[in-house]
Design a protein. Structure first.
Length: 259
């Protein structure tokens, strides 16, 4: 199924929205609750699945939708279709501050993008969104955010969001070591694994976590500067009833020396 060809414009800097313009009978799919506004003539319908297999039976749709629960997303996706006679717009907002990245899947290797489980925002109808299990045991046991990923496939526009600033890196037969929560997306030929952060001393006292993600090979990767997990951790640690502590395992010992 070829994806619908949609036009778009991204507004904002630190907190962005994407405004999509639909021709008559064009459709965009989105995560439940992502819609900001829609013009008269846009109609929406909540469905099981992404609509790429309309001939699929009910049980097949339930299985596909049910796998999305493992990524923490809703069973349903919302389809927005322009039922009017002229161009109409619908806009979507990310669920937390950050950057919306437009990706033309036709320009991605194998028309496939592997993304973090909460990175998908919306896409043109004809885009397939499925679960992607990482087969490496290291990523499974220690990867945290990196074990269960989403696979986005198609030949149209898809939009992913990230926390803070998103940067694109081109790897050329090289390896990049990244905080496990800072990976947004990567092309399917990139090898992803989880490895120890260093020696025992670095793992305990370094403050960078015990494990790092490794991305190796040749292809593109997208990284975020502030994953939502770090934002929540920082906000919770600076609450009115919380004392500021260091990032290492000894951080809490500082309170022993306070008056």
């Amino acid at each position: 199924m070829r994806s619908h060809q949609i036009d778009y414009q991204i507004h904002g800097e630190d907190i962005q929205i994407v405004e999509i313009e639909l021709d008559p009978q064009e459709t965009v799919i989105a995560e439940a609750g992502a819609m900001l506004f829609m013009e008269d003539g846009i109609q929406f319908e909540t469905k099981l699945g992404d609509g790429t297999a309309p001939e699929q039976g009910f049980l097949g749709k339930v299985f596909q939708a049910g796998s999305r629960l493992l990524t923490g997303e809703s069973l349903f996706m919302t389809h927005f279709t322009n039922r009017g006679y002229g161009k109409r717009k619908v806009a979507f907002a990310a669920p937390y501050p950050g950057t919306i990245k437009p990706v033309d899947l036709a320009q991605i290797y194998q028309n496939t993008l592997i993304v973090q489980k909460d990175a998908f925002l919306c896409a043109a109808l004809g885009t397939s969104i499925n679960i992607h299990f990482n087969k490496r045991l290291g990523a499974g046991f220690f990867g945290g955010e990196g074990f269960i990923l989403q696979r986005i496939q198609g030949d149209g526009m898809a939009f992913i969001h990230s926390g803070g600033v998103v940067i694109e890196r081109q790897l050329s037969n090289e390896t990049l070591r990244v905080d496990t929560g800072c990976i947004v997306a990567f092309e399917p030929q990139i090898h992803f694994d989880i490895q120890a952060a260093g020696n025992l001393k670095s793992m305990i006292f370094g403050g960078e976590g015990m494990f790092l993600a490794t991305l190796s090979g040749t292809g593109r990767v997208w990284l975020q500067s502030l994953p939502i997990s770090k934002l929540i951790q920082r906000l919770s640690s600076s609450g009115p009833n919380t004392k500021k502590e260091g990032g290492s395992v000894l951080g809490g010992l500082g309170s022993l020396f306070e008056d």
